[in-house]
Design a protein around this ligand. Structure first.
Ligand code: SIN
Ligand code: FE
Length: 305
């Protein structure tokens, strides 16, 4: 395993998605690394594809105007193009990936057992380099994940990725400094939280529920990072090519990341309730609460949920 202090990437050798479950003495270490904002990298894990599934690795499997194809936890496929047969095959492929991702998470992080909420599984067939996007939507720019319209109230965003590229192209990621280092830099630039403004944003439909102070901070942090050209130039700690047929796992809200290049990725999101971490003191919610010096308004309260 890579030295935690030296690299934000922790490489693990497993070639079977269920294998981490057999190494219980390491699970606390992997969970701690994940929670500290490191990226767990599995060069020998992959989603094997049949020839008809390989044929779905096309940009035109995505409905025009959509970002990703997704399979909901209800099994419904969204934003897919292609024939009904192709869509059926793609849904099954996403479903198979979801099962493998859940098996992996269960073996790596047994502390989270029974607490993870399964979010949609996504297929991202677009070429990263040529995707035209606004500064705030551009995931090539380093950021922590924060959703403009969907407050999380501190719920964690755990993501399990695989590169499916059939042409040998890696998915290249840039990974940045620890959450606290970055947050300290931008917190002074974030306007104070206004509960009134948060309510108004919700009333006009700009958010799906009332944005908490935590979500206000995360949303602004995300935007300030992406807007800052100097940070985008200098904030990279590691550049990591993820070759085809590998897997990587991180907390996308706690590990600064940007994607430099690549095409055809699958991703499973899992949510963990706030405070349910093995080391909750390392979470973005705990760090922001400490840095602000007060409990963050609206987090976990009934009126905002
Ligand atoms: C992200 O920034 O969450 C997505 C990165 C990627 O597309 O590889
Ligand atoms: Fe992201």
């Amino acid at each position: 395993m890579t030295n935690a202090a030296a690299s934000p990437i922790v490489e693990l050798d497993f070639s079977d998605w269920a294998a981490p479950a057999g190494v219980p003495e390491k699970q606390a270490e992997w969970t701690a690394a994940l929670e500290a904002g490191q990226v767990l990298y599995f060069p020998h894990l992959s989603l094997p594809l049949s020839p008809p599934e390989q044929a779905l690795l096309r940009e035109d499997m995505l409905k025009a105007g959509s970002r990703n194809v997704s399979l909901g936890s209800d099994g419904v496929l969204k934003h897919a193009a292609g024939t009904p047969e192709e869509q059926k095959l793609l849904a099954a492929m996403l479903g198979r990936y979801r099962q493998l991702a859940l098996t992996l998470a269960d073996g790596l992080f047994p502390h989270y057992r029974g607490a993870l909420r399964v979010a949609p599984t996504s297929f991202r067939p677009k070429q990263v380099e040529t995707r035209a996007q606004s500064v705030h939507a551009d995931d090539r720019r380093m950021h922590f994940d924060a959703f403009a319209t969907r407050p999380t109230y501190g719920e964690r965003i755990l993501r399990i990725f695989t590169n499916l590229n059939p042409n040998g192209a890696p998915r290249v990621w840039r990974v940045g400094e620890p959450f606290e280092t970055v947050a300290k830099r931008y917190l002074p630039k974030i306007p104070p939280y206004s509960p009134l403004k948060a309510k108004l944003l919700n009333m006009v439909g700009a958010t799906k529920s009332v944005r908490s102070e935590y979500d206000h901070l995360m949303f602004n942090l995300h935007n300030l990072m992406k807007e800052d050209e100097q940070y985008q130039q200098n904030g990279t700690v590691a550049t990591q090519p993820f070759p085809p047929n590998c897997v990587w796992v991180c907390y996308a809200d706690g590990a600064a990341h940007g994607v430099a290049s690549g095409q055809y990725m699958m991703e499973q999101t899992l949510h963990l309730p706030p405070g349910r971490e093995l080391h909750p003191e390392n979470s973005p919610l705990a760090i922001l609460t400490r840095l602000m010096g007060h409990p963050l308004a609206g987090v976990g309260t009934a009126q905002t949920r």
